[in-house]
Design a binder for this molecule. Structure first.
Ligand code: S5P
Length: 264
C-alpha cells in the first residue's frame, strides 16, 4: 500500500519532509504508534526498543530522565532505533526564547544531532521554531517541531484561546510538523483538527486501551477514538512499557491504530 492511498489529504498537503517520512514509516509498518519510552536505564530502554521496534513508527524519549546516560550508550540506542526504521522524537518541551532554545539543542545531550522531532511550547513566541530549526541546520539536518496545542493532564493551563493562537501561528510556520493534542478527549481533538486543517499533523498522548484516570493527573482515552477524531499518531507510554508482554500489546496498539486510520 502506498502512503498517499491511506493518508489522503494529509499526504498530498504535507510540506515538511519529516511529515512524509513519518507517513511512509507508519504505512510500511502499518502502525501509528509512537512509543513513549519512559524507562530510566539504558539497558531497559534497549531491551524495550528491541522488543517493540517492529510494531512502532516512532520512538519518543526524555533524554534527561535516564540514570546511567552516556554519549556512547545513547549513540548505540539511536543506532538500534534506526535499524528498526524509527523516527526519534525527543520530548524536550522547549519553552525559552529562540536563541536559548537553539543552544539547548546542543549542550551535553546534543539533541540536534540525533532527534528527528522535538516538542516545544509557544509561550515565548513563534521565534522558538526558528531557533530549533536553525540548531538542526547547523549540523546539516532538518527536523520537525511539534507544538503543544493541548495537554492530556488534568487542570493544565492551555486554554482554548491559547490553543487557538498556537494553531494560528503554527500552521503558518514551515518548521512545524504539527501539534500535540489531547488524546484523552476525542471531542477536543475534533475541534483541534478543524482548526488545524489538513496540512499539519496531530500527535496525541493520553491514550490507553484501558481508558480512565492515570497517575498524577494523567488522563486516558481510547486510541481508536483519537485517530478517528483526527490524530495521526498515538503516543503510548505505560500502556506498553509497563505491560508484562510489551511486544504483544504494542502489536495490538499498532493494529488498532492502523484500522482506525483505514476507517477514517
Ligand atoms: O500533554 C501531554 C504531552 C505529552 S508529550 N501529555 C503527556 O503525557 N505527554 C507525554 O506522553 C509524557 O511526557 C509521557 O512521556 C507520555 C505519556 O505516557 P503514558 O505513560 O501516560 O502513556
Amino acid at each position: 500500500m502506498q502512503p498517499g492511498e491511506v493518508w489522503g489529504n494529509r499526504w498530498s498537503n504535507a510540506v515538511l519532509p519529516m511529515a512524509r517520512r513519518y507517513m511512509e514509516v507508519a504505512t510500511q509498518k502499518q502502525s501509528l504508534v509512537c512509543l513513549a519510552a519512559d524507562r530510566n536505564t539504558m539497558s531497559s530502554l534497549l531491551e524495550l526498543i528491541n522488543e517493540v521496534g517492529p510494531y512502532i513508527a516512532a520512538l519518543k524519549t526524555h533524554v534527561d530522565l535516564v540514570d546511567d546516560w552516556s554519549p556512547e550508550g545513547w549513540k548505540a540506542l539511536c543506532d538500534v532505533a534506526k535499524q528498526h526504521n524509527l523516527l526519534i522524537f525527543e520530548d524536550r518541551k522547549f519553552a525559552d526564547i529562540g536563541k536559548i532554545s537553539k543552544s539547548q539543542m546542543s549542550g551535553i545531550y546534543d539533541i540536534r544531532s540525533w532527534s528527528d522531532i522535538v516538542t516545544a511550547h509557544l509561550i515565548s513566541g513563534p521565534d522558538i521554531v526558528d531557533g530549533l530549526q536553525s540548531a538542526w541546520k547547523d549540523v546539516n539536518r532538518e527536523g520537525g517541531v511539534l507544538l503543544l496545542a493541548q495537554m492530556s493532564s488534568r487542570g493544565n493551563l492551555l486554554t482554548e484561546e491559547y490553543s487557538e493562537k498556537v494553531v494560528e501561528k503554527g500552521i503558518q510556520s514551515h518548521g512545524v510538523l504539527g501539534f500535540i493534542g489531547n488524546g484523552s478527549r476525542p471531542d477536543e481533538l475534533k475541534d483541534l483538527r478543524q482548526r488545524v486543517g489538513e496540512q499539519k499533523m496531530i500527535w496525541t498522548p493520553g491514550v490507553n486501551i484501558a481508558v480512565g484516570d492515570g497517575e498524577m493527573g494523567q488522563r486516558y482515552g481510547s486510541p481508536y477514538d483519537a485517530v478517528i477524531a483526527g490524530s495521526d499518531c498515538i503516543i503510548v507510554g505505560s500502556g506498553i512499557h509497563r505491560n508484562e508482554n510489551p511486544s504483544e500489546i504494542a502489536k495490538q496498539y499498532a493494529q488498532l491504530s492502523w484500522q482506525a486510520l483505514l476507517d477514517r
